[in-house]
Design a protein around this ligand. Structure first.
Ligand SMILES: N[C@@H](CCC[C@H](N)C(=O)O)C(=O)O
Length: 294
């Protein structure tokens, strides 16, 4: 039996485990992620996020996230807003600005309170984008920022920009109607293309004015989601570097809108909602079932 809280940010939903209380062995997280994320046999979510004590000095908490297929992501922008809200409201931290240890480096969410002290949203300092091709990573020699490279997948040719927010993203700009893109077909072909040795998140982005971007996402390890926070940051950086946007934009995703700013300090900041959906106990015998399958 594992106690959990389900949270969502712009419809990007995750099962959260407070591992200060649950004390699960960390090697079990991938199996648990697959079990709880299943939308028919589990709770149903885009993945699992675990709140842990830090292993390095200078941090308040540690963040680990797993996609629905059990693979680990270095960071999750929507999940980080929910992480901060949950940690604050459960008293795991007593301050509104939290320094979080992630596989993508330090990330600093700040809870925005209204005059009555209620949580209004969360603003996250995501750190600087990484643009060197081998940092994304892309296969092949280092070739600096990749802003318009072409890849063949699913019988089509796509021109993309590549940005890492600690996790890999490709951004494909288009003027087409985003609803007409067959994401379920082209998404997995791009995610698993040999050009991306650690796979990639895939975003189709339509600029709709200097401060407006619209996007749809295929997430590495989770498929089509209603929003991707790190992806929205990558989209703004790619749009700004290619003259399609200024350094601030409202990014419209199927699950809602995220405010993204690439500030003068070189860091990307995203501001948006985070909400609790439900709490419960996961009672399936997921360990035995996983052992029986292997
Ligand atoms: N939904 C996320 C990103 C989650 C991780 C991603 N699928 C990966 O494997 O890199 C977000 O809001 O950033």
């Amino acid at each position: 039996m594992v106690r959990f809280t389900k949270m969502e940010g712009l419809g990007n939903d995750y099962i959260f485990i407070d591992n200060f209380a649950e004390r699960l062995p960390e090697e079990e997280f991938p199996v648990l992620a697959r079990a709880v994320s299943d939308r028919h046999f589990g709770v149903g979510a885009d993945g699992l996020i675990v709140i842990l004590p830090p292993t390095e000095p200078g941090f308040d908490l540690r963040f680990r996230m797993f996609n629905a297929d059990g693979s680990e992501g270095e960071m999750c922008g929507n999940g980080m807003r929910s992480f901060a809200r949950l940690a604050f409201e459960r008293g795991l931290v007593r301050k509104t600005r939290i320094r979080v240890q992630t596989l993508a480096g330090p990330v600093v969410p700040e809870i925005v309170l209204d005059e009555a002290g209620r949580v209004q949203g969360v603003r996250v300092d995501m750190g600087p984008p990484r643009l060197r091709s081998t940092e994304i990573p892309l296969t092949g020699p280092e070739r600096g920022p990749v802003l318009a490279e072409t890849v063949e997948a699913a019988g089509e040719s796509f021109t993309f920009a590549a940005v890492s927010m600690g996790n890999p993203h490709i951004v494909i700009f288009t003027d087409a109607d985003l609803d007409r893109i067959d994401l379920a077909h082209v998404g997995p072909a791009l995610e698993h293309h040999p050009l991306f040795p650690q796979r990639t998140n895939v975003h189709f982005v339509r600029p709709e004015g200097p401060g407006e971007l619209r996007m749809r996402t295929w997430e590495r390890g989770s498929g089509i989601t209603l929003a991707c926070g790190t992806g929205a940051c990558a989209a703004l950086v790619a749009a700004s570097l290619t003259g399609r946007s200024g350094r601030t934009a409202d990014v419209h995703l199927p699950g809602g809108t995220l405010r993204v700013e690439w500030a003068e300090d070189g860091h990307v900041y995203q501001t948006g909602p985070a909400n609790e959906v439900c709490r419960g106990e996961f009672t399936r015998d997921w360990r035995r079932e996983a052992a029986a399958r292997s």
